[in-house]
Design a protein. Structure first.
Length: 125
């Protein structure tokens, strides 16, 4: 249990740096899924090590679109709290599409990613 807590703390800190980095010039405050899909960084900073530490997806989640929309929202500077709330909503909406056996793990991962940007995203907004 302590190892899991340590892992989640490390993921949260690393996710902060990678998730909160804004994407290049957003077109709108809340980009469409098509616009978000074009983002280059999504959940990580785009480097091999960043993508391994803060993955866009895993066996029970795929937050690529949610992360890209969050990056674009930060770049548009429309209000950090709104961007972070929408980020969590987008991740939860994705989790609702997963198989019932994966939903809990997906939501837990979403909570970790959200907590990282909620606590530390101000450094990148």
């Amino acid at each position: 249990m302590a190892a899991r807590r340590t892992y989640l703390t490390v993921v949260a800190v690393l996710a902060t740096m990678a998730l909160a980095a804004p994407a290049a010039q957003a077109q709108t405050a809340m980009p469409s899924q098509a616009q978000a899909a074009q983002a280059e960084t999504a959940c990580g900073p785009g480097s091999d090590w960043g993508d391994r530490l803060v993955p866009d997806s895993g066996p029970w989640f795929n937050f690529t679109t949610a992360c890209a929309r969050h990056d674009a929202c930060y770049a548009a500077q429309t209000g950090r709290a709104g961007c972070d709330t929408r980020f969590r909503e987008d991740m939860y909406a994705h989790c609702a599409t997963r198989r019932s056996s994966q939903r809990s793990a997906c939501r837990h991962t979403a909570d970790v990613y959200y907590e990282a940007v909620n606590r530390f995203g101000g450094y990148f907004y």
